[in-house]
Design a protein around this ligand. Structure first.
Ligand SMILES: Cc1cc2nc3c(=O)[nH]c(=O)nc-3n(C[C@H](O)[C@H](O)[C@H](O)COP(=O)(O)OP(=O)(O)OC[C@H]3O[C@@H](n4cnc5c(N)ncnc54)[C@H](O)[C@@H]3O)c2cc1C
Length: 591
């Protein structure tokens, strides 16, 4: 069955970015949120460590320092005007969240408490600075609950468990989306003046990942199929501290509270690589150092993992060595890091208060995504042409504030700052725009046909087998270390998998809660994004941030200080656009 809805503004995705946008849009225009998950199950709810803002509540800090750290952390690929906006507006956005009722942890005198995080420094002393605002290690959960409650209060209309499968883009303008209602299999056409995409990351391309099952890149794939490019897809962050073999994240907050990396010889190896920031160096660097240790035979028991050690006596010993007067005990750690201590106990059977925890890098965060300007408007090409009525914000978008490597706690702040900017801009746009007529029956039929092709396909390939092969290959060839030959093999493999995907068989032919069908559809999206990622990575013959080419180990500012844009119109093409550099010239990255 087909259904039709009309709203001024539609937001796809109910994570932090989508809800912040919806909240602000709904102040002046009729707004709906469509989410394939129940809103408070969005991945934002798993964010542990914190949200950065240079409040300076515990020690001196300035938004300009935050901006410098972000740009340096991003290996100078960030658009600096966007970074300035983020770091300046972060302060006000965090206070806005507090006023909405977000229960941040407090300092003894009642201010928002802050902790250290990787790559965030006092620009003068170069030492770590306390910039991450937190609510225990459940910061994202608190943000999500707070925003959801405020959206309800503001009469935002929610379509929960509706999965968007197409974006209506024609003649340089967007008129809405097509979704399937998961409970019934019915097709719904949502007609809008403006649409904001906030569907989060797409880490399910990899096997070892911190990402939730739902992070499958449905909307980036949909806009790619509609002829739009994706930006900087070669940059995907591997977080150094995933639970060994499972990839579940143990937040950097652990190191913010003093935890250290230890190799098989019992050494705190980061002190050797990064003498000033040590274990709080940015994630791309920590992940490479871990692999370096493993490659040189210093993994634990010669295996492919190292330890994250946060036993109080170990933390205190290194605090003393570093001249840090702080001391911790088991009670303090249990209060500050309750969830990750619990994760280690449940998933590894290890008590981190008593034993070190085996960890390995895990695919974590997409720096690339749908290109936007600083108001969230989606860009169609390297000249900055805007697709009217189409916006994106949050992890799915590439503004670009994270450049080649994101600093911890900078995603949550990106969500609220650019979610808010996108929401406000789209409300203003809706006030002066009118609905353009659409052929709703054709849109619905196209959507239904996409799913029916999969439902009725009776080939001999199982989606789960193709998914496993894709993920194993991505771990192996498109991971922390890459080579030209490996990336070419990756592309060949993806093309083989895409051909086999055309012959899949979905066992469940029904309409209600057909997760078998939707997972097969999501696999198609992941394969397209994997292809774009490997292609962009092959084209970038330099090493920068998270993208490390063993055959081109140096950063090459002469040829590659630029953002990639990849299109998939039959074949793949790549073009580049310059990085916007305002205040800070690229320099060597030392910590
Ligand atoms: C384990 C973990 C811990 C993290 N910790 C931190 C941290 O401490 N600090 C920090 O700054 N960052 C952290 N991050 C990163 C940060 O949490 C994410 O980048 C951010 O939450 C993404 O938010 P979002 O609003 O863009 O999307 P998400 O919160 O991922 O929400 C995506 C939404 O899109 C919807 N959706 C997706 N596809 C469709 C579709 N086809 N149709 C309809 N709806 C769809 C989903 O239902 C969901 O509502 C962490 C990430 C992980 C995985």
């Amino acid at each position: 069955m087909f259904h039709y809805h009309q709203f001024d503004a539609i937001v796809v995705g109910a994570g932090g970015a989508g809800l912040m946008a919806a909240l602000h849009a709904s102040k002046s225009v009729n707004t709906a949120v469509i989410s394939k998950l129940y809103p408070t199950r969005s991945h934002t709810g798993t964010a542990q460590g914190g949200i950065s803002a240079a409040l300076g509540n515990l020690e001196e800090d300035h938004w300009e320092w935050h901006a410098y750290d972000t740009i340096k952390g991003g290996d100078f690929l960030c658009d600096q005007d966007a970074v300035d906006i983020m770091c300046r507006e972060a302060i006000d956005a965090v206070i806005e969240l507090e006023h909405m009722g977000l229960p941040f942890d407090r300092t003894p005198d009642g201010k928002i408490s802050q902790r250290r995080f990787g790559g965030h420094t006092n620009n003068e002393t170069k030492k770590p600075v306390m910039r991450a605002c937190h609510a225990a290690d459940r910061t994202g959960h608190m943000i999500l609950q707070t925003l959801y409650q405020n959206c309800i209060k503001n009469n935002v209309r929610f379509f929960d468990e509706f999965q968007v499968i197409d974006v209506l883009i024609e003649d340089g303008r967007c008129d809405g989306v097509v979704a399937v209602q998961l409970a019934t299999g019915d097709i719904h056409v949502f007609h809008s003046k403006a649409t904001l995409i906030a569907t989060g990351g797409f880490g399910k391309m990899w096997k070892v990942t911190s990402n939730a099952h739902s992070l499958t890149g449905d909307l980036p794939a949909a806009v790619l199929r509609r002829g739009l490019p994706l930006e900087d897809m070669e940059f995907f962050q591997f977080h150094p501290t995933g639970v060994y073999k499972l990839g579940i994240l143990l937040s950097e907050a652990a190191r913010g509270e003093g935890a250290v990396f230890i190799n098989g010889k019992g050494e705190r190896f980061m002190a050797r690589y990064m003498p000033t920031l040590k274990d709080l160096a940015p994630r791309d660097i920590c992940s490479r150092c871990i692999y370096q240790e493993i490659r040189e035979g210093r993994g634990v028991d010669g295996k492919d993992y190292v330890y994250l050690d946060f036993r109080p006596e170990v933390i205190n010993r290194y605090f003393e060595e570093d001249g840090n007067p702080k001391r911790v005990d088991a009670h303090y750690l249990e209060t500050r890091l309750p969830d990750i201590i619990e994760f280690a106990r449940v998933y590894q059977g290890i008590d981190p208060i008593k034993e070190p925890v085996p960890i390995q890098p895990t695919a974590h965060y997409a720096m690339g995504g749908i290109p936007t300007d600083n108001d969230g408007r989606v860009l169609a090409d390297e000249t900055g042409r805007v697709i009217e009525g189409l916006y994106a914000a949050g992890e799915v978008a590439c503004v670009s504030v994270h450049g080649a490597n994101r600093l911890g706690t900078n995603s949550l702040v990106d969500l609220v700052v650019f979610g808010r900017r996108g929401g406000k801009h789209m409300a203003e746009y809706c006030k002066q725009a009118s609905f353009r007529p659409i052929n709703k029956d054709a849109a619905a039929k196209d959507g239904a046909a996409q799913l029916d092709r999969l439902r009725n396909s009776n080939g001999d390939e199982r989606p789960s087998t193709i998914r496993k092969e894709m993920q194993a290959m991505m771990d192996d060839k498109v991971g922390v270390y890459r080579t030209g030959a490996g990336l070419e093999e990756a592309l060949d493999k993806i093309h083989e998998l895409q051909a086999r995907y055309k012959r899949i068989r979905v066992e469940d032919k029904g309409y209600k809660w057909n997760t078998d069908l939707m997972e097969a559809w999501e696999l198609g999206a992941l394969l397209d994004l994997a292809e774009v990622t490997a292609f962009a990575a092959l084209a970038r013959t330099e090493s920068r941030g998270s993208h490390y080419r063993e055959d081109y180990p140096q950063r090459d500012d002469v040829n590659f200080l630029k953002h990639s844009l990849v299109w998939k119109n039959g074949t793949l093409t790549v073009k580049y656009k310059p990085v916007r550099i305002t205040r800070i010239q690229p320099q060597e990255r030392k910590y």
